[in-house]
Write a protein that binds this ligand. Sequence first.
Ligand SMILES: [Zn+2]
Length: 300
Amino acid sequence: MDSLTFLKLMNVGITVFFFAIGSIIASFWALVAARLQEGRGWVKGRSECDYCRHLICWWQNIPVLSYLFLRGRCHYCHRRIKASYFIWECLLGLWTVVWLWYLSPLAPYADQTSLAIRPPFFSVPGNLLALLQSLLFLCLGAVLLWTALVDLQTQEIADGWLWTVLALTVAKYGLDLGYGSLSLGQIGPVLLRSLGVGAVFWVLDWVARRIWKRPGIGLGDTLMVMLLAWWLPSVGELAVMFLLAFWLGAIVGLLILGFAKLGRVKKQPTIAFLPFINLAFLLSCFWGQQLSAWILGLNG
Ligand SMILES: [Zn+2]
């Protein structure tokens, strides 16, 4: 085996390992969330089927893989296991792999393109600041993916997640200020952008409720967008985030409407806005600069 093949195999091994870590954390995360929601102690007791309460043994409890072996059904009662668990484990596994190859200290060694789409608020990888920034962003991405999935199903997010995003944002700014990669003077424009976004959402909410007589945007969504604005380095990326969110929302909305017409969807579900904002935010962190240059003709 030559050294290049060995290197490629090693990369595959590392990728699988990090995917597994992400999906194991996802599995534990979903379990804790479900138990907290039911008001049960979150460490006590083994996993059990949501329907027949049969205890689940270890091979039925492997993230991602068990769902595939069991073909999405409980081994005992054969009822469908919620696909959202499987989707969440895959999503967090993938996000961990994206972190590994594009944001972690290993990113510069992966390939040249990984640095080209690095979110612009990261310093050059290789020092402690870049590592800590990338870990905060890993956590932020995980929270956004989770809240997007939960919001799609329940149309609401728990306040705890807003506080978590606030804490991550404060930590990021504390880190940047502490390391001197950001000066206090640079905070003013970011604060103004965040308040501006809040004002736009407040007006849209008012128009929707008073004039169109439809449910408005909601305080949770507005606060989340105001917090996310702190992570995007310029008006261009912020604009790209909104454009992407509206396009994604419109495309999915039309698809659901189409399926409803065909009779595939029984009742027309209300479509949440937050999942699209979260997804658009993550996309514009990576491709915001290129997209804003391309779509809006903005540079910087
Ligand atoms: Zn069962």
